[in-house]
Write a protein of this length. Sequence first.
Length: 318
Amino acid sequence: MHPSRMLLPTLSLLILPFAQAAEDPGTPSPPPAAPVEEARPAVRDVAPAPEPPTADIARPSLPRPPEGPVPSEATIKTLIDRLARDHGLDLVLVHALIRAESGYDPHAVSPMGAVGLMQVMPATAADYGVENVERLFDPEVNLRTGMRHLKRLLGKYGAIGPAVMAYNAGEGALERSEGFVPYPETQRYTHRVLVEYLIRKGLQPYSQQARDHIGLDLRPEMAFVGATGTVDAAMIRRLLDQGVWSSQSNVGALKEQAPRPMPQGRRLLSSRLSSRLDNASNSLLKSRLMKPKRTQSADAPRQPPSKLSTSGLSMRRP
């Protein structure tokens, strides 16, 4: 027999089971192999990589002032005077506040988004019916809105000092801090506005008369609290010229202090004591109280106690 004929039965025996399995529908066929490119974890199982923050995301866009000429300062001041009279506000107070807020720049925009001459926040303007932020660059719209807000604060708190603090920090901050906002920026702002206001009114800023007039215990260290080297030099010069501070050494001493808000009773007692010590008749007492105490070396011989004169002052031996 030919060898090829002998192989045919053998091959048929090997092929027959596979053919029967293909014809039998009840026999499951093995699943096809998954392609290599699809063998990856599901998207939901992979944590997305965090994106680095950008300046556009971290900082909201600020209002842009309009293009075009800006009214002169003389025109703006005339408008301020007219609108302040219409609202029944003190011209001196309004000018002191606007000078501290914007320096009479109707296109001023703060990093927090306050706009215009009186640095009105968009949310505050919306409370008075000004929904479009761009309208706040109009000097008259800005002044009317800011003056309405200031007049409402003056009526709510019944005093100039708390109203100025609330204008800068907000009513909530003033009420949470029981009438004296601890923010350094607010204290410097309040000091600048009120000192200029009081000087133009002919009042000594740290006197009892000034405290009664503004309803706030204004203290000189408020001008420097939290300052990082930038101090209002013009304000210091005015205070020195007016005799509020006697010398530059007083300014240096105030800079080194780290003031903290005191309770109202302690602030009032401290201010009264300071005003009494500033009197000419108490200058000797003040110099003795403020003079640093000398430390005596252990090896130095002790001096015998000095005798007292009839005037009650100690006399040194020759």
